[in-house]
Design a protein around this ligand. Structure first.
Ligand SMILES: Nc1nc2c(c(=O)[nH]1)N[C@H]1C(S)=C(S)[C@@H](COP(=O)(O)OP(=O)(O)OC[C@H]3O[C@@H](n4cnc5c(=O)[nH]c(N)nc54)[C@H](O)[C@@H]3O)O[C@H]1N2
Ligand SMILES: Nc1nc2c(c(=O)[nH]1)N[C@H]1C(S)=C(S)[C@@H](COP(=O)(O)OP(=O)(O)OC[C@H]3O[C@@H](n4cnc5c(=O)[nH]c(N)nc54)[C@H](O)[C@@H]3O)O[C@H]1N2
Ligand code: SF4
Ligand SMILES: [Mo]
Length: 815
């Protein structure tokens, strides 16, 4: 684990995007000396892109925080020791809880692209202070899609891109942004195979669009019309898979009726794509043996985002491309990353949810919101009857539609709203564009404290100036990070975390099918002195808050000493008997099972996750090699995970994808009335949102070969495009009288910034693009534009509240 004079290759993973490709690293003097892809990793299989090869810039390229910091009244910071920090922060959290209620303490973040292990422990702190509201980056991109997924089938889908005959990328540039394993080789194979067709819907000729068979070069923001027209051709030309619709869906008729009314020629004109091309593309989709689609920020951060998600999913649903090779899938989960999609149709719940006594609410799998798990048949015999009865309460209370199959779906009546502005809470997450509004107000229910971990919202959320102002309006703000970020600079306290290579880490981006992979990474070196891993930070705070007494902990410690089966019985009986402890499950595990794990104490919460994963998906987990009676599968899975290598934790057959549909009849619920209504309204709605003052569309946040959100702050990491150029069409550049390398001022209603132009015919006139992740503070300079100095919070999706980062009305000037 520590450095040696002859560096060996240690296994880890890339932390720069959700793929988390397996890597092997040679460490010397705390430097990541050499990095290569790990051929043994079951999903990345040796693949990496160019980005992780200089990951040392993450570890060593930016001055680290090495002491807790407290803000002085004049805005400067003083170093304080950990004990002082923990005592003061716990005291101030408790004071806010006692005076105003724990629901005024808002939690944001809890993990980035590579670090989710701390999230479960953060959940324990939330429970300890009685917090009710939280959010993370998903609520500025994926909540619209999650809403649609929740209503349609209650789970997350992924496509079999390796085998699909037709693949449609909607506002997604996987050549740069990846998001599925080995993206580039898979794309190359697809492009080289004449029997397969790659379709890209993007206003820009992205790297992926350039290699596609079909590029539907929509006008920015008009995807809803394009997707509606594609679906309309399927319906009007009778390319629908009627057997699939009949056997596997309900509520299809109103949706089909809406498609019948679409004037394809008009919609084609609205989105700027030739009608012929829309028709031939739809016919290709409608006649293929398999189709899968991938949507991302190009629609998720653009007008009509949620509606576009809905219309996108109809392409593979109406053609019946599900649970078959090359099609779409719902998949297993190791732990739910957010609290379930959205309210499902009334009387939801899958065939797995027959008896409430057969479920125990989500304990440690509850990283965001509790999922629910079936109580195994043997458990009621072992747990005392009163404990079993007590399960009914927690199941009802916390089963908010977690990602785990078997969780009862919520009813629309249970839909939650934010306390001040009444914004819709999807998947348990407050919409990011609403956060500042929920703070910076005199409303009695405003958020008064904000806990911020592993995120940089003063850089990543719309309207950075407004967010900074909101932070200063809080009674208390705490940032947990490795560096003095834009957000840390506004906080009352800054707590220094160990980096992702200095501690046990993992992510819950486990979304593969038919084999799903989880990877717990061992540390490559010790924490830098002065820093702590997040699990330890949270454990100290919860301990200080004194919410769990020794009478609970001592018997669990004794049980842990007797072995994992004894421990399992004691643990589940304890949380069943005291539902209040459920939210503190990670903390309980850390304090009682943790000490038996030696240096891997912070992995303790994963024992609970592994148990629930195995109890919840027993057949798939057994097929992955973790079978046996009782708690044995979970124990075996946990032990295997602790070896620090990527593990296949579920193995499925194609048809098993149906098991993950969370509906009593296992049918997709096609009708989502408010979306069907808005779909129909497209006929009469405007499809442009620019103005005479701001006539150009700025896409603020394109993924390029050297961007990775703000994970790597060191500008020397970037091998090219150091300044993060403003991409602009030749026509717009000529009109402005600028060429590549010239300075251009971008003006929006929120602010202005000067960027370096790169003239390129990949952009259409009237559309310009800036990368994400630039303009961060660094001692060696802060090149590029911080995109959210230019964005506004009120440009957001009408349903999910997700921002229009891809559609920022702007004006260009010569600078
Ligand atoms: N290199 C790199 N990879 C990353 C990341 C990174 O920072 N850098 N970040 C990761 C994260 S957090 C995410 S969420 C993903 C995002 O991955 P992507 O969504 O693929 O990334 P983007 O480049 O933001 O947007 C995709 C495309 O949307 C297009 N677009 C813009 N406006 C519109 C529109 O109106 N309609 C359509 N159809 N398309 C439009 C853009 O031209 C762009 O090609 O990437 C992940 N991977
Ligand atoms: N305008 C515009 N805005 C965007 C986007 C866009 O395209 N355009 N993209 C959006 C998207 S999709 C996303 S996902 C978000 C991403 O934005 P955020 O969710 O804010 O994430 P990051 O910028 O990656 O910030 C991660 C933080 O974690 C810190 N960190 C790294 N390792 C550790 C660790 O081990 N422990 C702790 N505690 N901290 C650590 C890093 O220093 C960094 O400050 O940005 C969004 N913002
Ligand atoms: S950035 Fe993403 S695709 Fe590239 S190596 Fe890292 S995890 Fe893999
Ligand atoms: Mo993202």
């Amino acid at each position: 684990m520590t450095t040696t004079s002859e560096p060996t290759w240690q296994k880890s993973a890339c932390i720069l995007c959700e793929c988390n490709c397996g890597i092997e690293v040679q460490v010397e003097d705390r430097r990541l000396l050499r990095i290569r892809g790990d051929k043994d990793h079951p999903s990345s299989a040796g693949y990496t892109c160019e980005k992780p090869l200089r990951l040392d810039r993450y570890q060593n390229g930016t001055p680290r925080l090495t002491s807790p910091l407290r803000r002085r009244p004049d805005g400067t910071y003083e170093e304080i020791d950990w004990d002082t920090a923990i005592t003061e922060i716990a005291g101030r959290l408790a004071a806010i809880r006692d005076e105003h209620g724990g629901d005024k303490i808002f939690f944001y973040g809890g993990g980035g692209q590579g670090n989710h292990l701390g999230a479960g422990y953060g959940q324990s702190l939330q429970a300890a202070v009685g917090a009710k509201y939280k959010s993370n980056a998903l609520a500025q991109e994926k909540t619209g899609e999650m809403y649609v997924d929740g209503r349609l089938y209650g789970g997350h889908t992924k496509g079999d891109f390796e085998h699909a005959e037709v693949v449609v990328f909607v506002g997604k540039n996987p050549w740069q942004s990846h998001s599925f394993p080995r993206a580039r080789p898979v794309l190359k194979e697809m492009a080289a195979d004449p029997a397969r067709t790659m379709v890209v819907i993007d206003p820009r000729r992205s790297e992926t669009a350039a290699m596609a068979d079909v590029h539907l070069q929509v006008r920015p923001g008009t995807d809803a019309w394009c997707l509606a027209a594609l679906g309309a051709v399927l319906v009007q030309e009778d390319l629908v898979d009627h057997a699939f619709v009949r056997d596997h869906t309900t509520g299809a008729e109103p949706v089909l009726a809406a498609y019948r009314e679409v004037d394809v020629a008009d919609y084609a004109a609205r989105c700027g794509v030739p009608e012929d091309l829309i028709r031939t593309t739809a016919r290709r989709i409608g006649t293929a043996a398999s189709v899968c689609t991938y949507e991302d920020l190009g629609i998720q951060q653009a007008p009509h985002s949620t509606l576009s998600s809905y219309l996108n999913k109809m392409l593979w649903i109406l053609t019946g491309s599900f649970a078959q090779e090359g099609g779409m899938f719902l998949h297993s989960t190791f732990a739910a990353i957010a609290g379930g999609g959205s309210p499902a149709a009334p009387s939801g719940g899958s065939r797995r949810t027959r008896s409430p006594l057969r479920r125990v609410a989500g304990a440690a799998s509850d990283l965001a919101v509790a999922g629910a798990v079936r109580l195994p048949a043997f458990l009621p015999d072992l747990v005392a009857a009163p404990a079993a009865r007590a399960l009914r309460g927690p199941v009802a209370a916390v089963a908010t539609g977690g990602g785990a199959p078997g969780a009862p779906a919520r009813t629309p009546a249970a839909e939650r709203r934010t306390p001040v502005t009444g914004a819709r809470i999807i998947a348990g997450l407050v919409p990011c564009n609403s956060i500042a509004e929920e703070i910076d107000t005199n409303h009695p229910d405003r958020f008064r404290a904000m806990w911020i971990d592993s995120v940089n919202p003063a850089h990543s959320l719309a309207d950075s100036a407004g967010f900074r102002k909101a932070m200063r309006a809080l009674d208390l703000s705490v940032v947990v990070d490795i560096a003095m970020t834009e957000t840390a600079r506004e906080a009352d306290y800054v707590l220094p975390a160990a980096t992702q290579f200095e501690k046990w880490e993992c992510t819950f981006f486990n979304v593969d099918f038919p084999e799903n992979v989880f990877h717990l990474r061992a540390p490559l070196m010790d924490p830098l002195p002065g820093t702590l891993p997040e699990p330890e930070i949270y454990a100290r705070l919860v301990r200080e808050l004194g919410v769990v007494d020794e009478g609970v902990l001592a018997p669990l410690r004794r049980a842990a000493a007797r072995g994992t089966t004894q421990y399992a019985l004691a643990f589940f009986a304890t949380v069943a008997a005291r539902p209040r402890l459920m939210g503190l499950a990670a903390y309980l595990l850390h304090e009682t099972l943790g000490p038996t794990l030696g240096g891997a104490r912070s992995a303790a919460a994963l024992w609970g996750v592994a148990q629930l994963c195995a109890l919840n998906q027993p057949a798939a987990v057994a097929r992955a090699g973790f079978g046996g009676p009782g708690f044995e599968p979970g124990n075996r899975l946990f032990r295997r995970i602790l070896e620090g290598e990527a593990v296949v934790f579920t193995r499925d057959e194609h048809a098993d994808a149906w098991d993950y549909v969370r509906r009593p009849d296992r049918r997709f619920t096609l009708e989502i009335p408010e979306l069907v209504e808005r779909f129909r309204a497209l006929a009469d709605e405007p499809s442009s949102w620019t103005s005479a003052e701001f006539p150009v569309v700025l896409s603020a946040g394109e993924r390029r070969s050297f961007t990775a959100n703000t994970i790597i702050r060191d500008p020397s990491w970037r091998r090219r495009d150091a300044d993060g150029a403003l991409r602009i069409s030749p026509a717009d550049a000529a009109a402005l009288g600028v060429g590549t390398g010239d300075a251009v001022r971008v003006v929006t209603e929120a602010g202005s910034a000067v960027a370096t132009a790169e003239v390129t015919d990949t952009l259409q006139p009237g559309h310009v693009s800036l990368p994400n992740g630039l303009g961060v503070v660094h001692p060696d300079g802060s090149p590029g534009v911080a995109p959210n100095e230019l964005t506004s919070v009120h440009h957001r999706d009408w349903l999910a509240g997700t921002p229009w980062h891809k559609y920022v009305p702007a004006r260009l000037e010569r600078a």
